[in-house]
Design a protein around this ligand. Structure first.
Ligand code: F6R
Length: 245
């Protein structure tokens, strides 16, 4: 695992945008799985800008969802669908045929998981997965205690996730379950970038990176990935004992 610490959120975001761009420049048919949330939001803005400036062609890439809230409509501004559509797919002119998202409204959620697993396998796996970290250490919606042997699955959300998740919604929203790629997908991705930003993530990142790896801290999985890169800003790295020179 590689650890890169940047001076602030903007520099972190720039480097994360560069990592995505580099993947697509090297492999125009790359399969990308990009998290939603506050952490990568600026990185995606910069990515869109740079992709336009440098005329990077995303028209042959495939986008795979990391996760979705169960029971939330795709047009709800708090959905992962809406986030990706408005911040990446529309500005980058990505066509529907390039995108595989979870339908959080599906009546057959197990079927949704199966479809996603099959889509990923059919595309030859995920080339770049970029994830954030929840305050409880979750990755995607792989909550503390989840098995590392799972592919896509439906999961009951942890209390912290249900509470913190409100920040994405304009009104108080009932959040009970998530549908998510599993830690098996995370481990099998060809490259894994984990982003963390801000003092609020400092404690969880210390646990993930320095305490014994265990299922109660899913973000620790990055240390088991041979092509894992942690990208964080200095404030998120506040409590780390060992930092790169
Ligand atoms: C979102 C996702 C979540 C977030 C995590 C951090 O697709 O998978 O695991 O990455 O909850 O969220 P932010 O970045 O809003 O702090």
């Amino acid at each position: 695992m590689q650890l890169n610490i940047y001076k602030d959120h903007h520099t972190l975001s720039l480097e994360a945008a560069e990592a995505i761009l580099a993947t697509v420049k090297n492999n125009p048919t790359a399969v990308l799985c990009l998290a939603t949330g506050d952490t990568p939001a600026v990185a995606y803005e910069l990515l869109v800008k740079k992709a336009m400036d440098e005329q990077v062609d995303f028209s042959h890439c495939i986008f795979i969802a990391l996760d979705e809230w169960v029971g939330i409509l795709p047009e709800n501004e708090g959905s992962c669908h809406y986030f990706l559509e408005s911040r990446l797919f529309k500005p980058l002119n990505i066509s529907a045929s390039q995108v595989h998202l979870f339908d959080g409204m599906a009546t057959d959620l197990a079927g949704e998981c199966k479809k996603m697993d099959e889509a990923i396998a059919a595309k030859g796996g995920i080339d770049l997965m970029l994830v954030g970290v929840g305050l409880n250490g979750h990755v995607g919606f792989n909550e503390p205690g989840v098995s590392a042997d799972l592919y896509a699955h439906v999961i009951n959300l942890d209390d912290i996730t249900r509470l913190i998740g409100q920040k994405y919604f304009q009104q108080n929203t009932v959040l009970k379950q998530g549908i998510t790629l599993g830690l098996k997908h995370v481990l099998e991705s060809k490259k894994l970038v984990m982003m963390a930003s801000g003092l609020k993530k400092a404690e969880v990142m210390k646990k993930a990176l320095e305490e014994e790896i265990n299922i109660l801290m899913p973000a620790g999985i990055i240390r088991m990935h041979s092509q894992g890169v942690v990208m964080m800003d200095e404030t998120a790295a506040t409590y780390l004992t060992v930092k790169p020179a």
